[in-house]
Design a protein around this ligand. Sequence first.
Ligand code: DX5
Ligand code: ZN
Length: 214
Amino acid sequence: MIIAPSILSADFANLGRDVEMVNLSQADWFHIDVMDGVFVPNISFGFPVIKAIQKYAQKPLDVHLMIVDPDRYIGAVRDCGAEIMNIHQEASTHLHRSIQAIKAAGMKAGVTLNPATPLVMIEEVIEDADVIMLMGVNPGFGGQSFIKGTIEKMRRLREMVSHLDNPPLLEIDGGVNATTAPLLRDAGADVLVAGSYVFSSSDPTATISSLKQL
Ligand code: DX5
Ligand code: ZN
């Protein structure tokens, strides 16, 4: 399992400390949430903050863009040192073109689906994407409760990619905790994003280890 703590739930006034905690933990990636207040009803942070994180991060950055027209920012995300640029299917008019452009910029291309978006919406690009991410909550906020149907959706997604020679990594974001994580693993998830479960726990390093050892 790849574990990606979500910086959205970190203490922004102690960001260096929290980045270092992730560096020293068993986590694999940093998950970084960009929100524009248009695609989602909340605003998080932008490129200067990601650049500051990147300076100290010793693990790949998985940048999740909850913004309209993500194509406009491919160069900016690349310049932040992102390894994975994750865009929403719902925010992209020409998803195939966007995926190719992200790859041409030297990053891995991730496509994210909201809870209400059916899997068929990514069927035609599933071989092009490096990562497919399912939202387990409606994007915009950390700490929301997991939408149960996502387990079955993950199972169907795993089935959809099972015949591919090079299947994309399957990632889940939102509502991951001790109860949902094993169910998601059994359903076929490769990557677990966890925000509040990690950062609100009394020992975030141990919580990351517990996810890693599932
Ligand atoms: C939600 C963000 C998530 C968020 C997850 O819109 O994309 O990455 O940090 O938070 P938790 O793990 O608390 O549900
Ligand atoms: Zn996210």
